[in-house]
Design a protein around this ligand. Structure first.
Ligand code: F6P
Length: 325
C-alpha cells in the first residue's frame, strides 16, 4: 500500500489524537502516504477539504490534547448504500487503498459493510470511553474518563460529608457498566447500579431503610446511565417514594467524562494501538480491530469485537460489596 486514510468517528475519547499521531508517524516510517479524513464518515462522503494530507509535523503537539483534531460525527448518510458509494468514489479519486478507523461499535460496523461492498480494507483502533469492545482489555479514553469521574466523585464526597447527604452520581457507558464499576471502586462509593446486574435497586432500598444502624453519615451511589431501572434521577425519585422522608441529591457527570487531556496510560495505549493498526493493515490484515490483551497487541475480527459481549470483571463486582461495609 502506498496511500492510506485515517479518521476518528463516533463519540470522541481522550487519546484519539495520540492514536492519530502514532498512525501518521508509523506510516511516515514506512514511506506510506496518509490522508486524514475530517469528521469521520460524514467527511468521507462530503469530500473536498475534508481530505487532508498529513505529515509528521501535522500531528506535532497533539499528544496531550483531548478531543480529536480530525473531528468526529455520527453519520446517518453512511448507513445508506448511496452514501457509502459516494464515500468510495471520493476515496478512489484520492488513490486511498486502505483505512485506519478510530472509534467504537458503529465505526467498525460501517467499516465492515464498506469492505464487503467496495473491497477497501480497514483496521480499527478502539477509541471510546465506554470500554465496551470485546478484543481489548481497555479502550482508548477509558482510563482518562474514569479518572475524570473519580476526581468529580472526590469533590462530591466533600460536600456529601459536610451535609451528611446521599448523592447519586450518574456516569456514562451507554448500555455497559465499565465506567461505573471502576469509578465506584476508585471513588470509594458505597453502591453501584449497573445495566449488567438486574434488581440491585431493591438491595439499595433495604440498605437505605437500614441506614441509621450503619452509622454512616453520608453516602455516594454510582449509577450507570444505562442502568436497567433508570438513571440517577429515576433511582433517586424511586427511593423518595419508597422511603418516607428520604432526601438525596443527583449529579449527572455527562460529557465532562469525554473531554480533557488524556492520561499517560491512554497516551501509551493509543500509541501502541495506532502503531499496531498500521502494521496490521500493511501486512494485509483487514476487517479487524487491534487491541491490547494481557499487554500484547492482538487482532480481533470486527464482527467479534462488535457482537461478543464483554463481561464485567466478577472479582470487581464482588469487591464492591466487600469494600462498602
Ligand atoms: O460512546 C460514548 C458515549 O459517551 C456514551 O457513554 C454515551 O452514552 C454516548 O456516547 C453519548 O453520545 P452523544 O455524545 O452522541 O450524546
Amino acid at each position: 500500500m502506498k496511500k492510506i486514510a485515517v479518521f476518528t468517528s463516533g463519540g470522541d475519547s481522550p487519546g484519539m489524537n495520540a492514536c492519530v499521531r502514532a498512525v501518521v508517524r508509523t506510516c511516515m516510517a514506512q514511506n506510506v502516504d496518509v490522508v486524514g479524513i475530517m469528521q469521520g464518515y460524514k467527511g468521507m462522503i462530503e469530500g473536498g477539504d475534508n481530505f487532508m494530507p498529513l505529515s509528521s509535523r501535522s500531528v506535532g503537539n497533539i499528544i496531550q490534547r483531548g478531543g480529536t483534531i480530525l473531528k468526529s460525527s455520527r453519520s446517518k448518510a453512511f448507513m445508506t448504500p448511496e452514501g457509502r458509494k459516494i464515500a468510495y468514489d471520493n476515496l478512489s479519486a484520492e488513490g486511498i487503498e486502505g483505512i485506519i478507523c478510530i472509534g467504537g461499535n458503529g465505526t467498525f460496523t460501517g467499516a465492515e459493510k464498506f469492505y464487503n461492498e467496495f473491497g477497501i480494507p480497514s483496521i480499527g483502533a478502539p477509541g471510546t470511553i465506554d470500554n465496551d469492545l470485546y478484543g481489548t482489555d481497555l479502550t482508548i479514553g477509558f482510563d482518562t474518563a474514569i479518572n475524570t469521574a473519580v476526581e468529580a466523585i472526590d469533590k462530591i464526597r466533600d460536600t456529601a460529608d459536610s451535609h451528611g447527604r446521599v448523592f447519586f452520581v450518574e456516569v456514562m457507558g451507554r448500555d455497559t457498566g465499565f465506567i461505573a464499576l471502576a469509578a465506584t471502586i476508585a471513588g470509594g462509593a458505597e453502591s453501584v447500579l449497573l445495566p449488567e446486574v438486574k434488581g440491585d435497586h431493591t438491595k439499595l432500598i433495604e440498605f437505605f431503610r437500614g441506614r441509621q444502624q450503619s452509622k454512616k453519615s453520608f453516602s455516594l451511589v454510582v449509577v450507570a446511565e444505562g442502568n436497567f431501572e433508570g438513571g440517577a434521577i429515576a433511582i433517586s425519585s424511586m427511593l423518595n417514594t419508597e422511603i418516607p422522608g428520604f432526601e438525596s441529591r443527583v449529579v449527572i457527570l455527562g460529557h465532562i467524562q469525554r473531554g480533557g487531556s488524556p492520561s499517560a496510560f491512554d497516551r501509551v495505549l493509543a500509541s501502541k494501538l495506532g502503531y499496531g493498526a498500521v502494521n496490521a493493515l500493511l501486512a494485509g490484515e483487514k476487517n479487524k480491530m487491534v487491541g491490547l490483551i494481557n499487554n500484547k497487541i492482538e487482532l480481533t475480527p470486527y464482527i467479534d469485537a462488535i457482537t461478543i459481549k464483554k463481561e464485567l470483571n466478577p472479582d470487581l463486582l464482588a469487591l464492591v460489596d466487600i469494600l462498602n461495609n
